[in-house]
Design a protein around this ligand. Structure first.
Ligand code: G16
Length: 543
């Protein structure tokens, strides 16, 4: 086995987005592309000499090939050891846990999350630091800077490592440890939640459907729900991870998890439904005939987390991304705990979690998590819901109605315009910025604008400043609209329009969300000119 230093030159567009670098799989498969990025990560974090890294991914097409390259490059860069999930599999939260539990120097997670997988679809790679969380902007800036100057990478000339065989071997001078991807994670869940209570719930005849969407949570959900908690066989559907996710779009929302929605709104619907995404960090919660928005889910979990053993002493604080609804703010206010509003991206929660300022965090994009790891965690959210259902023995519908009666209801919806011309999207955003000075006081139907600005964040822990994090327009009704460009798309621009209206009248808690939001939707169009700019008459995806 010999080590090589390969001469290379920078390639364009290796700027990590909201969650690492995401590109078409064929781009990652192109000459030197993956190698350049891996070397840039290694260089950007100050080298990996003597370090131990966790490596794993969501099993999508190219996952296994890319891991072989990463292992050979880690060796050639002097890494001491890599801990790899069996067959290259690790859900994002399981990777985060492993990094923390084993005290490693971080890890490389291969995933494009909820984006489709396959040779013609998407691939991604990100670095998580020793705290188990996504690298902060200071680190990703260094990685990006290196992609622009890179002139060589180092790689070992060697045979493939057998990723299927659990145990320890060596690759050159580096130790490679292949671990069961589920075991440590399942143990952690058992420490956090009352498994006896959940077991009793299932034993009482409670029925559940968990749609793993042919993505990474299948083995985790099967082992925990069916294996440890006694849910009936067949509770987990689409439970085998496939390189192309069965041709589906592993994004747990009512559009892409339509089969689950149909099952939950059918006559013989189970009591509880849930789904997770490509890499297992997102979740969707749905009761019998009751969809729960991610923003509402965060609020309910914040209100009732104390029913689970790990959170029985209450929460230090909560945090949500700016476009997430204010439902959780109302819970925090009632409980007298701090509530933080951060930019979109899980990395912004890291400091708050590390500092013990926030215990629970969540985002409208179907991510919820706590300080047990430093990533959002789909199955964790499902288990916390199960723990709450087991203790209260209420239905999801009853829990939601109780919640809205107590705290008010934040009607919420997100309208996405995907693959829009990037220039047109930027022009639309500039057009909004140009109106900041004149919007306040203007009326749109029944609504009066009360504020208009672009969100910027000063991290309360390290003082770092993040600007340009989404345009928000508030209305005196308590409603608002937020405009933001996605940081995770791989083609063109995706315009996200986040719509929210607060309802505190108990007689008006049962409306259809799109109807309740109709005045805000109309105002958003009038202010931004979405149709004219995007050339679209309607959003591609409404969640
Ligand atoms: C990633 C981040 C999330 C963030 C989401 C936003 O999700 O991890 O924290 O909310 O991106 O996506 P966008 O920029 O497209 O709105 P994931 O699940 O793709 O890793």
């Amino acid at each position: 086995m010999t080590r090589h230093s390969v001469q290379t030159q920078p390639v364009d567009g290796q700027k990590p987005g909201t969650s690492g670098l995401r590109k078409k799989t064929r781009v990652f498969m192109g000459a030197h592309y993956l190698e350049n990025y891996v070397q840039s990560i290694f260089d950007g974090i100050g080298g990996v000499e003597g370090k131990t890294l966790v490596v794993g991914g969501d099993g999508r097409f190219f996952n296994d090939r890319a891991i072989q390259v990463i292992l050979r490059m880690a060796e050639a860069n002097g890494a001491a050891a890599c801990i790899v999930g069996q067959n290259g599999i690790l859900s994002t939260p399981a990777a985060s846990h492993l990094i923390r539990k084993r005290g490693t120097d971080g890890g490389l997670i291969l995933s494009a999350s909820h984006n489709p997988g396959g040779e013609d679809e998407d691939f991604g790679l990100k670095y998580n630091g020793p705290n188990g969380g996504p690298a902060n902007e200071g680190v990703t800036d260094k990685i990006f800077a290196r992609t622009k100057t890179i002139d060589q990478y180092h790689i070992l000339d060697a045979q493939d490592v057998d990723l299927g065989a659990i145990g320890t071997s060596t690759l050159g001078a580096m130790t490679v440890e292949i671990v069961d991807p589920v075991a440590d994670y399942a143990d952690l869940m058992e420490q956090l939640f009352d498994f006896d209570a959940i077991r009793a719930l299932f034993a009482s005849g409670f029925r559940m459907r968990f749609d793993a969407m042919h993505a990474v949570t299948g083995p985790y959900a099967t082992a925990i729900l069916e294996g440890k908690l006694g849910a009936a066989k067949g509770t987990v559907v689409n439970g085998t991870p496939l390189p192309d996710f069965g041709g589906g779009h592993p994004d747990p929302n009512p559009i892409w998890a339509k089969d689950l929605m149909d099952a939950m709104f059918a006559q013989d619907a189970p009591d509880f439904g849930a789904a997770s995404d490509g890499d297992g960090d997102r979740n969707m919660i749905v009761g019998r005939s009751q969809y729960v928005t991610p923003s509402d889910s965060l609020a309910v979990l914040a209100a009732l987390a104390h029913l689970a053993p790990a959170y029985s002493k209450g929460l230090a604080g909560v945090a949500r991304s700016m476009p997430t609804s204010g439902a959780v703010d109302r819970v925090a206010a009632a409980k007298g705990i701090e509530c933080f509003e951060t930019p979109t991206g899980w990395k912004f929660f890291g400091n708050l979690l590390d500092a013990g300022r926030a215990t629970l965090c969540g985002e409208e994009s179907a991510g919820t998590g706590s300080d047990h790891v430093r990533e959002k965690d789909g199955l964790w959210a499902v288990l916390l819901w199960l723990n709450i259902l087991a203790v209260t023995r209420k239905s999801v519908k009853e829990l939601m109605n109780d919640h809205w009666a107590e705290y008010g209801r934040n009607y919420y919806s997100r309208h996405d315009y995907e693959d829009v011309d990037a220039g047109a999207a930027a022009t639309m955003m500039d057009g909004l910025r140009a109106q900041f000075g004149t919007l306040v006081g203007k009326t749109f139907g029944p609504l009066t604008v009360s504020s208009a600005d672009e969100f910027a964040y000063d991290d309360p822990v390290d003082g770092s400043h993040s600007a340009g994090q989404g345009i928000r327009i508030g209305f005196s009704s308590g409603g608002r609209v937020v405009f933001r460009l996605s940081g995770t798309g791989t083609v063109g621009a995706t315009v996200r329009v986040y719509l929210e209206e607060l309802e505190t009248d108990p007689a008006r808690m049962d409306q259809d969300a799109q109807e309740a939001l109709a005045p805000i939707i109309a105002a958003a169009e009038e202010i931004a000119g979405i149709r004219a700019h995007t050339g679209r008459t309607a959003p591609n995806v409404i969640t």
